[in-house]
Design a protein. Structure first.
Ligand code: PMP
Length: 354
């Protein structure tokens, strides 16, 4: 730290992203990326003509990608805004809607960026423990009278609330923001998009990083009522009006419109997830029923730290959180079928030594 850093940021512990190793021979199952290439239409569209336009600023209104999302999800364009990843959408929401009179609340085990935003924006969140089985109890979120942040499906637990459960939470929170972080929703959970018209305090954040195979493009978006979108746009235009670069706007549009490729990729992930979950259970792991592109697995003998370290020695990278309640688990991204088999073979070797 230099002596110039503002006092108000000196104590912040920044978010630690999953490792992006240089060694390309590693089997990388640690950051919930897609194992599949972007849609062929994305690859085709990012041509020399588009690259040569990089001397010009991008469209601050990101119209092309917004119109593709509006068409695909059946919402109006003024109900959508784009973020540089959904991380930026979340940042704008914490910034715009939380303060000393509106401290946020969220689960004890959830996306690790929420507490970081609280530190950044000087907020003191109310932390709501998950149940013993790591699921969310909807009634714990009733009548909060403060902004509610819920990842659905939740990460890293991989578990989801149903649409009626989400609606119950909304019925009991009419006068505060409810943000549902749907980063993983395409892998089998119910989206709350259909509730947008009914609950004007609902914000949904989504990402292109997982089910649209575009983690490197940094594209996320919010869907909400136009007034809330206008508030969040105020944050964006006070911070970085050109937050989405030219190439990502095009990539996002093409990925959103290629429904066939999207479905093919998501179905393949779901199939591999079923396979790997069943095989892991045979090997003594507890694997909750995942609605995401990862599983959260705990072995009956092998500790989470040991399993993580031993996989790493075998060039397989997964994610381990050294955190109370989940120390015994590892989070494993669902990659290709070949990667799943490599993981299972490595696991067999590790278990032989136990
Ligand atoms: N929400 C959740 C629950 C996540 O796990 C992630 C991925 N790390 C994000 C949001 C942010 O993803 P991105 O910024 O790539 O859209």
């Amino acid at each position: 730290m230099s002596r110039f850093l503002s006092e108000r940021y000196s104590a912040i512990e920044p978010y630690t992203p999953g490792e992006q190793p240089k060694n390309r021979n590693l089997i990388k199952l640690n950051t919930n990326e897609s194992p599949f290439l972007p849609s062929p239409n994305v690859i085709k569209a990012l041509n020399e003509t588009e690259i040569s336009r990089l001397n010009l600023y991008s469209d601050p209104d990101t119209r092309e990608v917004i119109s593709a999302i509006a068409e695909t999800l059946g919402v109006n364009e003024n109900q959508i805004m784009m973020g540089n990843g959904s991380d930026e959408i979340l940042a704008f929401a914490f910034e715009a809607f939380c303060d000393k009179e509106h401290e946020p609340c969220f689960a004890d085990i959830t996306y690790g960026f929420y507490p970081v935003f609280c530190e950044l924006f000087n907020l003191e969140p109310e932390i709501i423990p998950l149940k013993d089985d790591l699921s969310i109890e909807p009634s714990d979120y009733f009548n909060k009278n403060k902004p509610v942040f819920i990842a659905n499906p939740n990460a890293p637990t991989s578990l989801a609330l149903s649409l009626p459960q989400i609606e119950e939470i909304l019925i009991h929170n009419r006068d505060n923001i409810v943000l549902i972080d749907e980063a993983y929703v395409d892998f089998g959970a119910d989206s709350a998009i259909s509730l947008i018209g009914k609950y004007p305090n609902l914000i949904i954040s989504r990402t292109f990083s997982k089910s649209r195979n575009l983690a490197g493009a940094r594209l996320g978006f919010a869907v909400s009522n136009p007034d809330i979108i206008a508030d969040m746009l105020k944050m964006k235009f006070s911070f970085n009006p050109y937050n989405i670069n030219r190439l990502s706007i095009i990539a996002g549009k093409e990925a959103m419109l290629d429904a066939e490729y999207f479905e093919k990729c998501v179905n393949s992930i779901k199939e591999t997830r079923g396979y790997i979950s069943a095989e892991m259970r045979k090997r003594g792991f507890a694997v909750p029923e995942s609605k995401t592109n990862f599983i959260f697995a705990k072995h009956n003998i092998l500790s989470g730290t040991d399993y993580y370290n031993k996989l790493r020695e075998k060039n397989i990278l997964v994610r381990h959180f050294d955190k109370e309640r989940i120390r015994d688990y590892v989070r494993i991204t669902i990659g290709s079928r070949e990667q799943a088999d490599a993981l299972l073979n490595a696991t067999d070797e590790i278990l032989k030594g136990c």
